[in-house]
Design a protein around this ligand. Structure first.
Ligand SMILES: NC(=O)c1ccc[n+]([C@@H]2O[C@H](COP(=O)([O-])OP(=O)(O)OC[C@H]3O[C@@H](n4cnc5c(N)ncnc54)[C@H](OP(=O)(O)O)[C@@H]3O)[C@@H](O)[C@H]2O)c1
Length: 374
């Protein structure tokens, strides 16, 4: 059994990491870490989310303070799910130190675009783990959760019909903005009166008082700092790139996206338009996706966190509310595939907290362990 220490354990992703590791055949949770606010409290008292379903063996663990200067000697894997701003500061500075004696898994963006470090979605580019072996750095970041449905939908098309150009619009759930955002949204819902427009709160309420989730569709980031969109583009091209002589050569098709936050709890939904290099029919795409599923099952079906089907193709509209938990949150759900004016059009959905963060990372850990990378 590999022993895991979870950092940022009291957040949305931290809780999902715990759930993904409960009763795991290969991994066990040894320590839970969070900020000074949570340190010294039992997990059930420190975590702002509903944890009533967790066994007492977990919910009664006393949360420890995060001390990046002290690298634990009694764990094998450090699982970082730290708040983004803290992660950028801590992980860039300390993760390479941790990685000298431990494997590091992280869900933050801090190290994703480091050219020495692979960015892996198991079914898409598990072979990029060779980059870690080449550079002898055992740091494995999870990609942006919005890049997951996009990359999963594009990968099977890349070497079949070919990709010339892609446009994507996202409709991202509130849980993607962290446990604080989920808490704020609940307060907003409780305060909003039936039939009335929700008002922005006066400052002082919640962590982001200028952001209203309830009744809102909000572009993510300001006009001149569209970080989310930049991350989705760069990371998707990196993951769809090729490992060659100790480097990842990114994919070179044109990709643009527009990212929005919408008032749904869980699941990132996307409209994707692909200009293929070869003309094709919707039936062609369907069989390409079916072949991808068969290959994924053959290569990764044996990993405990892999879903029955990597892609679930619906012959009806995909809907966030009903379909986000298909494949226990590990499948990418695709629907309404059609060809219009030479473009492939489809809708894709995946669970931002499971496949898009914690459980997707656990699946990568399983692959890395099975193949001897960690
Ligand atoms: N949410 C998603 O859909 C998603 C998907 C993919 C990747 N990610 C990435 O995963 C990471 C975690 O996201 P999240 O949504 O789980 O965030 P979150 O709910 O805001 O949780 C943040 C965690 O960081 C801890 N933390 C905050 N300040 C700290 C400090 N100064 N020192 C130590 N720990 C501190 C918090 O502890 P306290 O509770 O004690 O404050 C909490 O455990 C982020 O980097 C995010 O970008 C998120």
């Amino acid at each position: 059994m590999k022993r895991i220490g979870i950092y940022g354990a009291t957040g949305n992703v931290g809780l999902e990491a715990i759930e993904s590791l409960l009763n795991h055949q290969w991994f066990e949770i040894s320590h839970l870490y969070a900020s000074e606010r949570s340190a010294g409290k039992r997990y059930m008292d420190a975590c702002p989310l509903d944890v009533s379903h967790l066994p007492r063996s977990i919910s009664e663990i006393v949360v420890e303070p995060t001390d990046m200067k002290n690298i634990p000697t009694d764990i094998d894997i450090a699982f970082f799910a730290l708040a983004e701003d803290i992660a950028k500061e801590y992980e860039r500075k300390y993760a390479p130190e941790f990685a000298k004696s431990l494997a590091v898994i992280t869900t933050s963006s801090a190290l994703r675009m480091d050219p020495r470090i692979p960015l892996i979605i198991t079914e898409v580019n598990a072979d990029h783990a060779r980059l870690s072996e080449y550079n002898k750095i055992k740091i494995f970041p999870q990609c942006n959760c919005t890049a997951v449905p996009l990359t999963m939908a594009l990968k099977p098309l890349q070497y079949t019909v070919g990709i010339e150009m892609v446009f994507m619009d996202s409709y991202q759930s509130v849980s993607g903005a962290g446990a604080g955002a989920v808490r704020n949204w609940a307060v907003e819902r409780a305060k909003s009166e039936l039939g009335k427009m929700p008002e922005p709160f006066p400052s002082g309420i919640g962590e982001n008082p200028e952001v209203v989730y309830e009744g809102n569709v909000r572009p993510i980031g300001e006009r001149d700092s569209r970080d989310e969109e930049k991350k989705v583009v760069e990371e998707t091209l990196k993951m769809l790139g090729e490992y060659k002589d100790g480097k990842i050569v990114p994919a070179d098709f044109q990709l643009d996206c527009m990212c929005n936050r919408v008032p749904t709890l869980r699941g990132h939904f996307e409209h994707i338009r692909v200009k293929p290099k070869k003309s094709c029919t919707a039936e062609d795409i369907l069989s390409i996706y079916q072949e991808f599923n068969e290959r994924s099952k053959e290569l990764y079906g044996g990993l405990p966190s892999s879903p029955e089907q990597a892609l679930v193709i619906l012959d009806r509209q995909p809907q966030v509310r009903y379909d986000v938990s298909i494949g226990k949150g590990m499948s990418t759900v695709i629907g309404e595939i059609e060809i219009k004016d030479g473009w492939i059009r489809l809708r894709a959905l995946s669970d931002n907290l499971r496949k898009g963060a914690a459980k997707g990372s656990v699946q990568v850990m399983e692959y890395l362990l099975r193949e001897g990378y960690i």
